[in-house]
Design a protein around this ligand. Structure first.
Ligand SMILES: Nc1ncnc2c1ncn2[C@@H]1O[C@H](COP(=O)(O)OP(=O)(O)O)[C@@H](O)[C@H]1O
Ligand SMILES: [Mg+2]
Length: 255
């Protein structure tokens, strides 16, 4: 077995909502430089896990290591600064901004830092803004949204919003990008396009942890699969390996 460095290591993580253990003593690793899928039936705890890994739920038990460092108690912005990034839906508020403004709007984790710099280092901020704008336009071009840059985000199609979500996450130069069902509700052609973007970004060294229901897409683009059921990681391996796992089959049929 080849010795693949792991970028993320989740160990004995538990998180409950009231009495319900959404994540229950869950442990898994995400190999560096690969596209890993997090799959499992509805209610398995996948979204909760992404919220724990990105730092939005700090009230969990167990540990999260990112690049070998224990980040279990780090707030989201600190994880983001280290390259652990998740996507966010284009929410109502962001719909009133243009596509380019959405790209430039500081991700939550950068807001405090940017405010301090704006006050104390205005020259630096202007320089960074120029560079960020160039980067934003280049990303919009890659994602086929350059022509839409001055349109209000609320006027984008559902699919274009998905593209913008991914493009916006890339502004933060992720090392590990967490995606919670990025292809849900988009047409097959666009799903294919999003999948290709993920593959291309993977080649540039971005590691992915991707929650995805479409197992055909998982089969096509993911190197490694983690199956969650009832709050636990039930199986890991290639898609072929987990498909052959009777526990996995039972979890899907039972769920
Ligand atoms: N904010 C919440 N409050 C209460 N219960 C929740 C909350 N989020 C998720 N749950 C419950 O936790 C379990 C796991 O949910 P979730 O992580 O969304 O699963 P998945 O993403 O795999 O479908 C489910 O039973 C769900 O109802
Ligand atoms: Mg979910």
């Amino acid at each position: 077995m080849s010795q693949q460095a792991e970028i993320l290591h989740v160990e004995h993580v538990t998180h409950a909502f009231g009495g319900v253990k959404a994540v229950d003593d869950c442990s898994f690793s995400v190999p560096s430089g690969q596209i890993t899928a997090l799959i499992g039936p509805n209610g398995a705890g996948k979204s909760t896990m992404v919220n724990i890994v990105s730092g939005f739920y700090l009230s969990h038990q167990g540990s999260i290591r990112f690049n070998g460092e224990d980040i279990s108690r780090w707030p989201p912005y600190r994880r983001g600064s280290g390259g652990l990034i998740r996507t966010f839906q284009i929410s109502r508020g962001f719909g009133a901004l243009t596509v380019a403004e959405n790209m430039m709007a500081p991700a939550q984790h950068q807001a405090g830092e940017q405010l301090l710099n704006a006050i104390f280092r205005p020259g630096l901020v202007r320089q960074q803004e120029r560079e960020n704008y160039e980067k934003a336009l280049a990303l919009l071009n890659t994602f086929g949204l350059y022509e839409k840059r001055d349109d209000y985000a609320r006027n984008l199609s559902g699919g274009q919003k998905r593209l913008l979500e991914m493009a916006r996450a890339l502004m933060a130069s992720p090392k590990l990008l967490l995606l919670d069902e990025p292809m849900a509700g988009v047409n097959p052609a666009l799903a294919e396009r999003l999948a290709q973007h993920i593959v291309e970004l993977g080649k540039t060294g971005v590691t992915f942890l991707l929650i995805e229901h479409n197992l055909g897409i998982v089969d096509q683009i993911c190197d490694h699969v983690i199956v969650m059921a009832s709050g636990r990681a039930l199986a890991t391996g290639t898609m072929k390996q987990v498909r052959a796992n009777q526990d996995v089959v039972a979890a899907y049929l039972g769920g």
